[in-house]
Design a protein around this ligand. Structure first.
Ligand code: HEM
Length: 361
């Protein structure tokens, strides 16, 4: 250690490389320098750096959820919660950054726009990896043929292969689904002292009771929600339901997983459910913040290029609008609010479950 050169700020951060990576095309010989192209490059690079950090956090989170057994009271889960929250903070910053880009006017943009064709943020590999790793499925995408291509405006063959491989891996949504499915809340042994005389043989006493309380709380106009409840949690298909309707009710998560997720949301005020609840809440928040970004980006694009086609060869604002309305990953989780009941009506948990979960009331 003693003979080592003292570390220098610029060396440690490799600033020579980083700060040498902004070369506006309009500044090259033969072109008319466009002042705002520097901002355009810096802001895209800043986005890419933050995407990199989000993917790095996701590596850790995915690795924890990939374990055969996850101890819900462990340091692992607490770090997952913490790092998911870090991702939400970064996404908030990324949303604010749109405001800086908005200081560029449409006329400023026109000064260099043609020089970038056919490149576009549409080709951001890290953004596609982020979407794929969170769990956005190819078949659920708005016009996926738009970006699954290697012709002009599409990806290089290497990026295309990397994105396709990532899409074929297990996603965070699938891993979270599996974690939820394995939670032991409803094992029969914990519910022996939770007596419900009218429950049928194959009905779980908690769900029999809960369904009844939920139904009692529905207003006249909401009566149909009980059929949605039966589909979401017990796979009973409501009469006349179309596949599109069913897909809106539940798509990526299984009934078993959603029963556990609802249970966590209901009993979130008990310390033992707090970490799990915050994990679910952060996933919902990530979906919201991604959607906020899509919205801000769309509005910015409309203002910048109106209804012109995008440099990446899509219909532009039309494509972005479709993506905005469809590209949710954790809609199943946020939709659980439909099935909550008032706190004061929550059934008391049986003593054996409480003992198993390791907390005292
Ligand atoms: C003047 C500023 C910008 C304009 C006019 C613009 C325009 C567009 C348009 C028209 C599209 C649709 C694809 C296409 O045909 O090109 C698109 C997609 C996209 N842009 Fe931008 N963009 C701008 C800034 C940014 C910035 C700063 C980022 C940050 C990384 C970004 C990231 C993306 C991404 C990730 C997509 C794909 C969205 C999706 O498929 O859901 N864009 N952009």
């Amino acid at each position: 250690m003693t003979n080592q050169e003292p570390m220098y700020y610029g060396t440690y951060l490799q600033l020579e490389k980083v700060l040498d990576a902004q070369s506006p095309v309009s500044f090259q010989r033969g072109n008319q320098p466009a002042h705002d192209e520097m901002l355009f490059i810096v802001i895209h690079q800043a986005y890419e750096l933050w995407f990199k950090q989000i993917l790095f956090e996701l590596d850790y989170i995915t690795q924890v959820f990939s374990q055969a057994h996850i101890n819900d009271n462990s340091e692992d889960m607490n770090l997952v919660r913490h790092r998911l929250r870090r991702i939400t903070q970064i996404l908030q910053l990324l949303n604010q950054q749109v405001g800086i880009l908005d200081t560029m006017t449409p006329l400023d943009f026109l000064e260099f726009r043609n020089l970038l064709t056919p490149s576009s943020g549409f080709q951001s590999k890290q953004f596609r990896l982020l979407e794929a790793r969170l769990g956005l499925q190819l078949e659920k995408r708005h016009q996926h043929d738009y970006y699954k291509r290697t012709n002009e405006g599409g990806f290089t063959q290497t990026d295309y292969t990397d994105i396709t491989n990532t899409e074929n891996n297990q996603t965070l949504a699938q891993l979270v689904n599996r974690w939820l499915e394995r939670l032991p809340f409803f094992e029969a042994g914990f519910w022996q002292d939770f007596e419900v005389p009218s429950a049928q043989n194959n009905e779980h006493p908690f769900w029999h009771t809960y369904r009844h309380i939920y139904q009692q709380g529905l207003t006249e106009r909401e009566q149909n929600k009980i059929h949605d409840f039966d589909y979401v949690f017990f796979e009973k298909i409501p009469e006349h339901a179309t596949p599109e309707y069913l897909d809106l009710l539940r798509s990526q998560f299984s009934p078993t997983a959603l029963r556990a997720a609802l249970f966590i949301m209901l009993y979130r005020d008990f310390p033992v459910f707090q970490t799990s609840y915050q994990v679910l809440d952060a996933l919902i928040e990530i979906d919201h913040l991604m959607s906020n970004w899509r919205h801000k980006h769309l509005i910015m694009v409309r203002r910048m290029i109106g209804m012109r086609v995008g440099t990446g060869n899509t219909s532009g604002a039309g494509y972005l609008e479709g993506a905005l309305s469809k590209h949710y990953v954790y809609r199943d989780l946020s939709a659980l609010s439909t099935y909550l009941i008032e706190r004061r009506k929550l059934p008391a948990l049986p003593a054996s479950l409480i003992r198993h979960l390791g907390f005292n009331l």
